[in-house]
Design a protein around this ligand. Sequence first.
Ligand code: GRF
Length: 206
Amino acid sequence: MTKIAVFISGGGTNLQALIDAINNEYIKEGYIEIVFSNKKEAYGLERAIKSGIKTMFLDPKEFSGRQEYDEYLAGKMNSMNIDLICLAGYMQILTEKFLDKFHGKIMNIHPALLPSFGGPGMYGLNVHKAVIEAGVKITGCTVHFVDKGVDTGPIIIQKCVSVDDNDTPETLQQKVLKYEHQAYPEAVKLFTEGRLKIVGKRVVIS
Ligand code: GRF
């Protein structure tokens, strides 16, 4: 069984999609051991509690900086023998040391078709605003492994969403979220079944 940790900072609708996929046995080979947040008020923590999942909050103010914070967090993940970390709206860039420790074991979901509309500053409504400004007709979401760049890691799954003339960043965000809630459980299911292999920049699905 794959022991999963989900990292959040906010509402946690992707976390909910993962919880649901485990509860309805779409994902059979894994379970969420812990939901971690760097924000005390993150609603996702309540979602976890409602589902009987352990939660953890670490206050960044109680650490000297990001290195110390991530070192402590990595220690916690190690002591729980976490196999997979799912970033689901976790609004903090992980330090290099943390990434090294969990290489190939961290996934993220991004609300656009990477490598477009990713990178520093591309989060929340900014992404959908940029998509509309660029005039693209198709957007979507991407689940990818996390590497040392921002939104640059090997891509696991992508889903397309059409951009209509009357779409606003807000409507697009809602449309894309629906597909995120399908894509993330799919990627996690594949991981838990041992069907993902990273080959250079590509992820081969068996
Ligand atoms: C999602 O749009 C995800 O793609 C991005 O952050 C948002 C998190 O939403 N990384 P939620 O907290 O899962 O509702």
